[in-house]
Design a protein around this ligand. Structure first.
Ligand SMILES: Cc1cc2nc3c(=O)[nH]c(=O)nc-3n(C[C@H](O)[C@H](O)[C@H](O)COP(=O)(O)O)c2cc1C
Length: 306
């Protein structure tokens, strides 16, 4: 075993992370809610809940339901709106030494551009993640279902920000690769794969859909094979770093994503089961590198393809 500590840092465009593990948007609030039980400064980055131009109260309840190997959610992008996020949420999170990645959700190109301008100018944010893949609002997957619209949106946002730009893609498409290629050609520095899969559940006692929105996004271990397949396919098609997510519960899962081609990973549903899951996964990845005499985590990215 090597006595040197492995280099866990990763590069996403111009953004360097101390390690490859971040939180998945919408599963970690605005970060500070978790500060009592998680050392935020251990994380590679905190990805905050989706931000919209106007405040949103979200969908009608019930908004979540448990499934055999995961959960359904239809939160509906509840958030206080970009003004309040910048004034009330980001300053506190920025007092921690951890990069903040903002997740943006708009209903039009103009709204995404407005969000990108505001969040770039505020100075708290290290990168922007374009959420073009939310299955729980009427317009949520419009952009991620078309390479043309994906490209148009990314190009428009690219023109107004120098921050690293990450595009978050949807698995709810026939072929994810053309969307990935379009996002990269339009200037995306990295891609997040994947958002939730569209699903539903029926409450037999009430004879009604379990979730108020009827359909909802499936996450957790149930979607891991789908997410891994998406990362695998996109890795073979583009040259930018990928952030893999979907059912990562422990460091073994995270390693699978890295070996499939992810440079970084995001932990979502696992944080509801164990708030410290993300930090434990960092420890597990470091231990794997030590056990296998690796000088850095980077040497594992995409190894399963060779
Ligand atoms: C309750 C909940 C809320 C979510 N909210 C957002 C969101 O606001 N923006 C976004 O891009 N993804 C959102 N997601 C999707 C996650 O970021 C992630 O892509 C997905 O859950 C897959 O990862 P997981 O299986 O580890 O949870 C949400 C997921 C859950 C479970």
């Amino acid at each position: 075993m090597t006595s040197e500590r492995p280099d866990m840092s990763v590069q996403l465009g111009s953004l360097r992370l101390r390690n490859p593990v971040m939180t998945a948007s919408g599963t970690f609030g605005f970060g500070v809610e978790y500060a009592e039980c998680v050392d935020l400064e251990r994380l590679g980055a905190v990805v905050i809940k989706a931000v919209t131009v106007e405040p949103r109260i979200g969908n009608r309840p019930p908004r979540i339901a448990e499934t055999a190997a995961g959960m359904l959610n239809a939160i509906g992008l509840q958030n206080p709106g970009v003004d309040a996020v910048i004034a009330e949420k980001l300053p506190e999170l920025a007092s921690y030494d951890v990069p903040i990645i903002a997740n943006l959700a708009g209903e039009s190109v103009a709204e995404y551009v407005q969000l990108a301008e505001r969040l770039t100018a505020c100075g708290y944010v290290a990168a922007l993640e374009l959420n073009i893949s939310c299955p729980n609002v009427s317009h949520g997957m419009m952009f991620s279902s078309s390479p043309e619209l994906t490209g148009e949106l990314v190009a428009a946002v690219r023109r107004v920000t120098d921050l690293p730009l990450i595009t978050k893609l949807s698995p709810n498409v026939t072929d994810i690769v053309p969307m990935a290629v379009a996002a990269v050609e339009a200037g995306s520095d990295a891609l997040s794969l994947i958002n939730t899969l569209l699903g539903m559940s029926i409450d037999v006692a009430r004879r009604r859909p379990m979730v108020g929105n009827i359909t909802a996004g499936l996450s957790g271990p149930a979607i891991k094979p789908v997410a891994l397949r998406c990362v695998w396919q996109v890795y073979e098609a583009v040259q930018v770093p990928l952030i893999g997510m979907g059912g990562i519960m422990d460091s073994h899962d995270a390693l699978q994503f890295i070996m499939a081609g992810a440079s970084a990973v995001a932990v979502g549903t696992a944080s509801f089961v164990n708030p410290a899951a993300s930090v434990e996964i960092i420890g597990g990845l470091e231990q794997y590198c030590c056990d296998h005499d690796l000088c850095g985590i980077g040497s594992l990215v995409g190894v399963a393809h060779s």
